[in-house]
Write a protein that binds this ligand. Structure first.
Ligand SMILES: [Zn+2]
Length: 207
């Protein structure tokens, strides 16, 4: 059977990226030039793209002349072999601190507090991540307005949410975050949609 073209090119790209990663990790702290990186990658035309992928997709802080004035164009330097975790990439320490503080160090999906046992699983201590309200794959940005504190458990679950129908919890969070005027608009809309149920709820509330 003949292998199809895209699969072959993906395999090639991953192979040269892996060779570059290994080479750069074997040379932490040494300034590398484009000649040796091109050679190490085994890909003369796309090696620069592979370096960028190591930075953007894998989180390796490979420095260039844009990051450090003592590096010349075409020179690369990795000082810390540990990649930045995906959730933190592109978001500064200051922004993380600001978002966590704004959200009261509380998961904005389930209300779990940082450092406390998680309400859904008391064997786990709540750890907060910075999550995107609109996912980056859907065009969301790293702007603080698009960020929120999310615990590990919700963060894992969020990946499984379908896009077309929001969960009750997600919906309630959206409404809680909305302005008073928008909340009242939602209330009006619901009262109009469910007149009988509204009347019943309101008469029960008065008792
Ligand atoms: Zn949560």
């Amino acid at each position: 059977m003949k292998r199809n073209q895209p699969e072959e090119s993906v395999r090639k790209a991953l192979g040269s990226r892996a060779r570059l990663r290994a080479y750069i990790l074997a040379n932490v702290g040494r300034v590398l030039d484009s000649v040796e990186l091109r050679k190490a990658s085994g890909d003369a035309s796309e090696w620069g793209r592979r370096v960028r992928e190591l930075r953007t997709e894998e989180g390796y802080q490979i420095l260039t002349h844009n990051d450090r004035s003592d590096l010349k164009p075409g020179e690369y330097l990795l000082l810390d072999p540990k990649p930045i975790p995906a959730f933190a990439r592109g978001i500064s320490k200051e922004t993380r601190a600001y978002v966590l503080d704004r959200n009261g160090f509380t998961c904005q999906m389930c209300g779990a507090e940082a450092g406390q046992p998680h309400p859904a699983d008391s064997s786990r201590i709540t750890r907060l991540h910075i999550g995107h309200i609109i996912d980056k794959s859907m065009g969301g940005t790293d702007d603080p307005g698009n960020l929120r504190a999310v615990c590990s458990i919700c963060n894992e679950g969020a990946k499984n949410l379908t896009l077309d129908r929001p969960s009750l919890m997600k919906l309630l969070i959206q409404i809680r975050r909305a302005t008073g005027a928008d909340q009242l608009a939602v209330l009006k809309w619901l009262l109009a949609k469910y007149p009988a149920q509204s009347a019943k709820l309101l008469s029960n509330a008065e008792k």
